[in-house]
Design a protein around this ligand. Structure first.
Ligand code: ADE
Length: 353
């Protein structure tokens, strides 16, 4: 029965700490689509960015031109795709969503560009993973709204310019530094998405609980918010999971006590750290005297790939100040040592280099 297999999947996810990994997975895609805000009014947080976007949208409408190309960057789970959908809705145009790894062959990107309707938004996720050929095709498409195609071989080679409709490209990346400058320079707006404050996450939690018909108290929402690593995707998942606990083990309402007990069972601590985060910090403290230690060494010792450590664990640990990046590697802070119950190192041992 469906419910049983769902439970099995759930316990597998819990074991792998999937709940607090901000990367999107197949399960999230359906779930997120159901609760995604569709307008600026229902999109919580990123206040400055929303104001800038509202002005750009209004100006584009007045000029009767498509919106400039936009690049969003920042850690996963902060709402880059959601925001692209909001922009489409607020501008009154449709959106085609794809991601760089599915644009492997030139004909993939050419096909999608030629299928665009005038003014439509093309959203490319993980844009830092575009290959060189696809990137070069995008240069003239973004700048001049045309495709530069070559036909024939060696001496008889001919270049053709194929016109495209005017469109808006929205790119999203967790690694803005990995984008080549010719590609980066073709975006008119470049914005970083910030981690959410606890107050913003409380609003996200309450909104999601209300859509899912889950009863929640103010304290219950605050407890989930403070363990969501500044990330709405994680907050939304936790609402669902804690809501399940509330129904099965309690009286159906997420209170502070219900949230605390459920999150303890899910091995998510007061600050939203999971066992991988804690193991990473403890490893640096116990085996490398608090660091610095290279990411390759940590990856090998933990059996986690570098990308997961860099994109998933580190952004939040850096944000909390528990982890520091130095030219010689990663180092834990005295706050992290205290938080994990260690005595901070003496001042002479705390120098960064
Ligand atoms: N769900 C995910 N991100 C959100 C946001 N920024 N506002 C409201 N709900 C969300």
């Amino acid at each position: 029965m469906a419910i049983i297999s769902d439970d099995e999947n759930f316990s597998k996810k819990v074991k792998k700490n999937v709940l607090v990994k901000p990367e999107v997975n197949e399960y999230d895609k359906t779930f997120e689509n159901n609760i995604r805000p569709k307008s600026f009014d229902s999109y919580i947080g990123q206040t400055n960015l929303k104001e800038t976007l509202k002005i750009s949208i209004e100006a584009a409408k007045k000029r009767e031109t498509p919106l400039d190309h936009i690049l969003f960057y920042g850690p996963p789970g902060l709402g880059k795709t959601t925001l692209a959908g909001v922009i489409a809705q607020e501008t009154g145009v449709s959106i085609k969503i794809t991601s760089a790894p599915s644009l492997e062959r030139p004909r993939d990107i050419i096909g999608i560009l030629m299928s665009l309707k005038a003014g439509e938004i093309l959203f490319i996720d993980e844009i830092h993973r575009l290959n060189k050929l696809a990137e070069e095709i995008l240069y003239s498409a973004m700048e001049d709204f045309c495709l530069d195609m070559t036909t024939g071989k060696s001496q008889s080679v001919k270049t053709m310019r194929v016109p495209l409709v005017k469109f808006t490209m929205i790119g999203a990346t967790t690694k803005a530094g990995d984008l080549s400058s010719p590609l980066r320079d073709r975006f008119g707006l470049i914005h970083r998405l910030e981690f959410y404050t606890k107050e913003e996450l409380i609003q996200v939690v309450k909104r999601t609980a209300s859509i899912l018909n889950i009863k929640i108290t103010d304290d219950g929402a605050a407890e989930i918010a403070s363990r969501s690593r500044g990330t709405p995707r994680i907050a939304n998942r936790l609402v669902k999971r804690v809501g399940d606990f509330a129904i099965v083990k309690f009286d159906g309402v997420i209170t502070e006590e219900v949230a605390k007990k459920s999150l303890e069972t899910l091995d998510i601590d007061n600050m939203g750290l999971n066992s991988t985060d804690r193991t990473l910090l403890r490893l640096i403290i116990e085996k490398y005297d608090g660091g610095p230690v290279g990411i390759e060494t940590l990856s090998a010792a933990l059996g986690e790939d570098i990308k997961t450590l860099e994109d998933v664990c580190e952004p939040y640990l850096l944000q909390t100040g528990f982890l520091q990046r130095t030219p010689r590697g990663r180092k834990v802070s005295p706050e992290a040592m205290r938080y994990l119950g260690y005595k901070p190192l003496g001042a002479s041992q705390q120098t960064l280099f």
